[in-house]
Design a protein around this ligand. Structure first.
Ligand SMILES: Cc1cc2nc3c(=O)[nH]c(=O)nc-3n(C[C@H](O)[C@H](O)[C@H](O)COP(=O)(O)OP(=O)(O)OC[C@H]3O[C@@H](n4cnc5c(N)ncnc54)[C@H](O)[C@@H]3O)c2cc1C
Ligand code: SF4
Ligand code: SF4
Length: 341
């Protein structure tokens, strides 16, 4: 068992700005010794000083074991896959981002009992403040469709609640690539404290991700104070080379990515994974026509979930995905962020 502690995580990740904010270390700490502060651009977790390893020499090192920012970062574009398809939900979902295929696959999985809970991100309707959530009902999942770009929330903190408190054993996790990398580390680990998490995760659904904006920097400072945009009046946000904001009354505001540079989370600047390389299924908008989701089906487990949704009339799929467009975007991310730290 590793003898590392959060002090090594601090030296190797926190102190040099490599933390992505995935929250996995917080989730797996058995002493609840790690936490995130509230505020603008919180770069990494903190310790409350109760670490059993560093205080009492009790073997642990769980936090270090799962951190996706230890070791070399991936630099593939599409990675391994079985199939790539353009997909759409076959039923009506109001707040869609692309083809709402993610919601359709997981709604089918809940209905069929393939999973008992979905760990994902929700946001407050009025403030747009994101938080992690455990969903067990299809209606709630449909309500949560759409992307949260002002994510920054330690998503996997909700995993602890799902595994340790609720004892769900067939969990689906939706996450951006850094979250998916952390789960891959969990799945590969033989650490006694990590195994219960890995054993409870049945499906990992990774979203494509170029970067994420810090909630306080984007919504509270840039939009609310500088641009005088009231978050409660925002209907939808979409990032496609620029940030498009659709207001409740139909007006649109557009911000360039240059304008948003100061809102991008620090940890994103070294991230080289666009397509969630280690997921069971990856989902993105690029590569498919408007109104469809690109699905990169990577594992037999992922294939079973997609096939079940198609068989039950919840999802339609077609071929013809523009993989060159995905590779171009993935290569641009690798080029921009490789070798920075
Ligand atoms: C921060 C971010 C950046 C992205 N960047 C790109 C990009 O550059 N290029 C691209 O092609 N696609 C990108 N995507 C993916 C894209 O926006 C869609 O999420 C994807 O195409 C799936 O669409 P859908 O309609 O099938 O999903 P839906 O059916 O709308 O379901 C999406 C599900 O994801 C959950 N969710 C939303 N945000 C998050 C989050 N931050 N973390 C975990 N779960 C979440 C929702 O709760 C919902 O359950 C990004 C997504 C995010 C969140
Ligand atoms: S990247 Fe994730 S696991 Fe690593 S220190 Fe940051 S929050 Fe913890
Ligand atoms: S760009 Fe990378 S580090 Fe940033 S949120 Fe997306 S996956 Fe995580």
């Amino acid at each position: 068992m590793t003898e590392k502690s959060y002090l090594d995580l601090k030296t190797d990740v926190w102190d040099n700005g490599r933390c992505s904010g995935c929250g996995t270390c917080v989730a797996v700490c058995p002493a609840d010794a790690l936490y995130f502060d509230e505020g603008e651009m919180v770069a990494n977790p903190k310790s409350n000083g109760y670490c059993k390893q560093s205080n009492d020499g009790v073997h642990c090192g769980a936090c270090y074991e799962v951190c996706p920012r230890i070791g070399d970062q991936p630099c593939e574009t599409l990675g391994n896959y079985l199939d790539i398809v353009a997909a759409k939900s076959a039923f009506e979902i109001p707040h869609r981002q692309s083809g709402r295929a993610v919601t359709a696959i997981l709604a089918n999985a809940l209905d069929e009992g393939l999973v008992d809970a979905v760990v994902t991100v929700t946001e407050d309707r009025w403030t747009l403040k994101p938080s992690s959530v455990v969903i067990t009902k299809t209606d709630a999942l449909i309500h949560e469709a759409g992307s949260r770009y002002s994510w920054w929330v330690p998503l996997l903190a909700a995993l602890k609640y799902a595994v340790v408190e609720k004892k769900y054993s067939r969990i689906a996790v939706i996450g951006v690539p850094c979250v998916v990398q952390a789960i891959a580390r969990m799945r590969a680990s033989d650490h006694d404290l990590i195994k219960p998490y890995a054993g409870s995760i049945r499906l990992v659904l990774g979203l494509f991700c170029t970067e994420t904006f810090d909630y306080a920097s984007l919504v509270l400072r840039k939009l609310k104070i500088e641009k005088k945009i009231d978050p409660a009046q925002i209907k939808k946000m979409d990032v496609k080379g620029k940030l498009e904001i659709l207001m409740q009354e139909g007006d649109k505001a557009i911000l360039t990515l240059n304008d948003l540079g100061s809102c991008v989370r620090n940890g994103c600047h070294i991230c080289t994974d666009l397509t969630s390389l280690y997921s069971d299924i990856s989902a993105g908008a690029v590569g498919s026509p408007d109104g469809s989701t690109t699905l990169v089906i990577r594992t037999p487990t992922g294939k079973n979930f997609v096939e079940s949704a198609v068989r039950n009339g919840k999802l339609t799929i077609t071929g013809g995905v523009d993989t060159a467009a995905i590779e171009k975007l993935a290569n641009a991310k690798i080029k921009k962020n490789s070798g920075k730290k």
